[in-house]
Design a protein around this ligand. Structure first.
Ligand SMILES: NC(=O)c1ccc[n+]([C@@H]2O[C@H](COP(=O)([O-])OP(=O)(O)OC[C@H]3O[C@@H](n4cnc5c(N)ncnc54)[C@H](OP(=O)(O)O)[C@@H]3O)[C@@H](O)[C@H]2O)c1
Length: 300
């Protein structure tokens, strides 16, 4: 397949974990894959690994730090300068920031919310014209079942405008769950705004993936615990299974033209009641638009 016949898929954080497993599968299916990722050395190694298994793969990397609006804009500019179409955008990067103290993005937002939600909000909005011009196209935003207070023990998400930066309290797990609720609101609201454009927006949960968690742990005991013990639990998903879920959302004909869904294990699933609150989703959209400075960009 010549390079200009390939469909183009961009994935944030595609150089490790579930993102890398997905990038490998997209390349195997003949997509031109762009890894939009923070660590360029890890991206170079990821590209080498993909090419080793598939010498005909088309894969490249563009630097992206979602915790910096300037970096997000720079990544989009570099992508747009290449004049590629964009058929699939997978907003995968992120995770939870450990520690008792809140940390902040370059632009002053709490790190987990700023990276998982705001960085992707700006990134996707800046790429919308590219997606529309390449339609049919799909946006997949990686959330988690943890956005649902009924899922797992412990405190659920708490979208409190007066505590978005940890002004009242900071709990990394709550902030992670809140960021994943924001991902749900974003994915659903984006679908409403994209009606009739040929671009769809869905949310995905990869399931609990101990292999990806193990790779991040510094302690060898913790790595062993996740990779050897948790990975054997019946509710655990392998990198293979988790990336299959992304692939269903990204490429399966079953989801052609279908948006506004939450996809888990390759199947549609109902998300939390709060995630369907259109008023809250719209409010978050409008605030995120302002926080990301999109008014200034769109009026300039
Ligand atoms: N693993 C699970 O059990 C699980 C469950 C539910 C949902 N998820 C979601 O699945 C997605 C992928 O997670 P994973 O488990 O595959 O984790 P992972 O291996 O830690 O991958 C996360 C990726 O995000 C990137 N990233 C983090 N902060 C970034 C930033 N500021 N700018 C750009 N890239 C950034 C990381 O880049 P660096 O290498 O530079 O750090 C890495 O490539 C995440 O959205 C996570 O919340 C995971």
């Amino acid at each position: 397949m010549s390079d200009n016949q390939r469909h183009v898929a961009m994935i944030t954080g595609g150089n490790s974990g579930i993102g890398f497993a997905t990038a490998t599968k997209l390349a195997a299916q003949g997509f031109h894959v762009i890894l939009a990722s923070r660590n360029q050395q890890a991206s170079a190694q990821a590209i080498t690994r993909i090419l080793a298994g598939n010498p005909n793969a088309a894969v490249e990397s563009i630097p992206l730090d979602l915790a910096s609006f300037a970096s997000v804009r720079q990544c989009v500019s570099l992508f747009q300068a290449k004049d590629y179409p964009l058929h699939i955008l997978i907003n995968n990067a992120g995770g939870s920031v450990p520690g008792k103290e809140a940390r902040f993005t370059e632009d002053g937002f709490e790190m987990t919310f700023g990276t998982n939600h705001l960085g992707h909000f700006l990134f996707t909005n800046l790429l919308l014209e590219n997606l529309k011009q390449s339609a049919p196209a799909r946006v997949i935003t990686v959330s988690s079942e943890l956005h649902n207070p009924a899922y797992a023990r412990g405190p659920g998400p708490d979208f409190d405008l007066d505590n978005l930066k940890g002004e009242k309290y900071y709990d990394p797990q709550v902030f992670y769950r809140t960021s994943k609720l924001a991902n749900m609101w974003f994915a659903y609201e984006l679908q409403r705004r994209l009606m009739g454009t040929g671009v769809t927006s869905n949310a995905v949960c990869p399931g609990f993936v101990p292999a990806a968690i193990a790779a991040r742990r510094k302690s060898s005991i913790e790595r062993f615990f996740y990779a050897q013990i948790m990975a054997r639990m019946p509710f655990a998903r392998s990198l293979e299974q988790a990336s299959d879920s992304y692939m269903v959302a990204a490429t399966n004909p079953r989801f052609e033209g279908v948006g506004g869904k939450f996809i888990v294990d390759g199947q549609e699933k109902r998300s939390s009641d709060e995630s369907y609150d259109e008023q809250k989703a719209r409010r978050l959209w409008e605030m995120s638009w302002e926080w990301c400075g999109l008014d200034e960009i769109h009026s300039s």
